[in-house]
Design a protein around this ligand. Structure first.
Ligand code: NAD
Length: 359
């Protein structure tokens, strides 16, 4: 079981260290190799995804990823910005299916900004297509001003694009996932306005014919954004495109209490995967030892489940996280009155302790 460990920038290094601590506390043998990615890689090698990092990722069964980015790179040319490393890994490894489970742990119902009765027991799975849509469309560009500066430009454009095979395969992933859950899929689109998403809707409907045991409904993205906060438990599996999925999954994270709780898995056709928290590098709290490591620790559990075929170990980690929450330990982002506030490393240590108490 070879794992590429790519901590990245900001809180990435802090939270990945805790996930590695938790993995090392399992009775399993991993080969873990760490490499630079994002801004850290740009600083050292002049590129956010150096060839050595990409080769390590390709040669591994799974990638444990922290986060990349910092405001100080905002003036770099786009291909050199830290965030390009994630896009490069997705494209090079064919990671087309992004799983973002949004589960509200009962201990955290009060940490959410929504009323407890709306979110208690919430367990939805957002499946976001990752390698198509407007983030990868061509052409993309801007009409620059005579001196080449962006501020003087008159126009900018990106092209939204999906191919039939891209939609078919993500639809199949969603229907298969729904078969293991409550057999309901909501496909989110903007078919009323965008051709790309009428195409999406038609193809999802076609693929659905192979899954008569799964119920399918379609919803426009603006309505889905509203329903997610109005009545989130109406959803089970939500499948959508790259951009809508990006936005809706961040929205869904707040249903769980904090973006610091939301893990994710990005898989290719052979179940090789990149596992990362749904949040970014949080430069505002980086280096302070206060970031919530649970999304990364729960991402490591998804890694054990999906890419390393270690379901029992995944469940052990998830149970340990529940135990720690039940004990009342909270990082600042999920703190509420009557609980005990801890830092990043203390939270990781508590999960390790809960794991060892399982024996
Ligand atoms: P962010 O997710 O980094 O932070 C948003 C807010 O959530 C901040 O207030 C932050 O302190 C808080 N937060 C995030 N993770 C937390 C955690 N684990 N514990 C406690 N609080 C947490 O989003 P942003 O501020 O918009 O972006 C910061 C940088 O991250 C940017 O450079 C952006 O491009 C990058 N980014 C990277 C990824 C990724 O690596 N996959 C994803 C999103 C954003």
């Amino acid at each position: 079981m070879k794992i590429a460990v790519l901590p990245g920038d900001g809180i990435g290094t802090e939270i990945v260290a805790e996930a590695v601590k938790v993995l090392n506390a399992l009775d399993l043998k991993f080969e873990m190799e760490t490499a630079l990615v994002g801004g850290a890689a740009y600083d050292a090698h002049g590129h956010p995804l150096p060839e050595a990092t990409l080769n390590l990722a390709k040669a591994s069964d799974a990638i444990l990823f922290g986060a990349v980015g910092d405001w100080k790179y905002d003036t770099l040319d786009r291909p050199l910005r830290p965030e390009q490393a994630i896009l490069g890994l997705r494209k090079n490894l064919g990671l087309f299916a992004n799983f973002r489970p949004a589960i509200c742990y009962k201990e955290l119902v009060n940490a959410s900004s929504l009323k407890p009765e709306l979110i208690a027991g919430l367990d939805i799975l957002i499946i976001r297509e990752l390698t198509g849509d407007i983030y990868f469309g061509q052409p993309r560009g801007r009409r620059v001003s005579p001196d080449g500066a962006f501020a003087g430009a008159e126009e900018a454009f990106d092209t939204m694009r999906y191919t039939r095979p891209e939609i078919e395969r993500i639809a199949r992933v969603a229907f298969e996932a729904a078969r293991k859950r409550s057999k309901r899929v909501t496909s989110v689109d903007k078919a009323n306005v965008l051709e790309t998403f009428q195409f999406w809707k038609d193809i999802v409907t076609e693929v659905h014919k192979d899954y008569p045991d799964v119920a399918l409904d379609h919803m426009y993205v603006d309505n889905a954004a509203m329903q997610l906060v109005k009545e989130p438990k109406r959803f089970d599996v939500v499948v959508t495109g790259n951009m809508f999925g990006d936005i809706l999954s961040d929205e869904a994270s707040m249903l769980t209490g904090s973006i610091g709780m939301l893990p994710s898995a990005s898989l290719n056709a052979s179940n090789q995967g990149l596992y990362e928290p749904s949040h970014g590098s949080a430069p505002d709290i980086a280096g302070k030892g206060v970031a919530n490591p649970l999304a990364t620790i729960l991402s490591a559990a998804m890694m054990l489940r999906f890419s390393l075929n270690q379901e029992a170990a995944a469940v052990r980690i998830e149970d340990a996280v529940k135990k720690v929450l039940a004990l009342g330990l909270r990082t600042g982002d999920i703190y509420s009155e009557g609980t005990t506030q801890v830092g990043t490393a203390q939270m990781g240590d508590a999960v390790v302790k809960a794991l060892s108490a399982q024996h």
